[in-house]
Ligand binder design. Structure first.
Ligand SMILES: [Zn+2]
Length: 287
């Protein structure tokens, strides 16, 4: 518990920052200016609230949030309960504010750990943190997905990325941009249940997943949809191939259209709950 003096000091600091108009980006820029080699760079803070900001961090100049905000309306895989929010402390009664949350681990922008599909493999909280910082490759199938919600990342899409940008770097994280993130505020369109009672949204084809896992060196793959396997899949082959190899998946990624296809760095704030099969994660890209 904070002492009243600390609370007063923090309040003073908060209002001082507000008065000076300092946003988080400016604080980050101040930190970055103390890094070696950063002196020559100038950072322009941007207004808070956007998903991206200008930074000066080593050779990176931009940071982009790849995370959706979880709300009670966040679209979840059919059958899972919606996340619940309860205010358990409030300013009027307690002098401070806190919520209690209830959600399935696979809610919002989240991680799938190997233990999600293969018993005995790593829980999310056991994954080495080195795997949470990785070169970012974005494979864009949004044009195809706009007319075909069953579009999948195919081996040819991986090869096409490589012919344009060079071989996938070692330890890379490969993300699919299908344009689905634009549907996040329309849960029905995001889930996209068809008249055939099947889901229709893009994902990674098992053959592309096998190529990435067996013939390239990936830490994981990610999608901007509800599942690594495309919606109409009748089995979870992509999950099994990826997670079975000890890699992780990210689902429900945001703003992949705002970051470059190559040259970025992804930062994955993965969950650290005991025996986590996965969990909501804060994902960012530097570029
Ligand atoms: Zn999941």
């Amino acid at each position: 518990m904070c002492s009243p003096q600390i609370i007063e000091a923090v309040r003073g600091e908060v209002s001082r920052r507000r008065a000076l108009g300092l946003a988080g980006a400016a604080v980050a820029a101040g930190f970055a200016s103390r890094l070696p080699g950063a002196a020559a760079q100038t950072a322009t803070p941007v207004a808070a609230g956007g998903g991206g900001a200008t930074i000066a961090l080593g050779s990176y100049t931009q940071v982009q949030d790849l995370t959706h905000t979880i709300t009670p309306e966040t679209p979840v895989f059919p059958g899972y309960p919606q996340p619940e929010f309860e205010t358990v402390r409030n300013f009027d009664e307690h002098g401070f504010y806190a919520q209690m949350l209830s959600y399935v681990e696979h809610t919002g922008t989240h991680m799938d750990a190997p233990a999600h599909f293969v018993e005995g493999l790593a829980f999310a909280n056991e994954l080495p943190v080195a795997q949470f910082l990785a070169p970012l490759a974005v494979i864009d199938i949004s044009e195809r997905a706009a007319s075909d919600p069953d579009a999948q990342v195919m081996p040819d899409d991986v090869l096409a990325w490589e012919s344009e940008h060079g071989a996938l770097p070692a330890g890379v994280f490969v993300a699919m941009n299908s344009g689905w993130a634009a549907r996040i505020d329309d849960p029905e369109a995001f889930i996209n249940m068809g008249d055939d009672d099947a889901l229709h949204f893009p994902g990674f084809h098992p053959d592309a997943t096998a190529l990435l896992v067996e013939e390239r060196d990936v830490v994981g793959i990610g999608v901007d949809t509800l599942s690594l396997d495309y919606g109409a899949a009748t089995s979870f082959d992509t999950h099994v191939i990826l997670l079975g190899a000890g890699k992780y998946g990210l689902e429900g990624l945001a703003a992949l259209d705002a970051v470059p296809a190559a040259g970025g760095l992804v930062i994955v704030g993965g969950p650290k709950f005991q025996n986590a099969s996965g969990g909501p994660s804060r994902v960012m890209a530097l570029y």
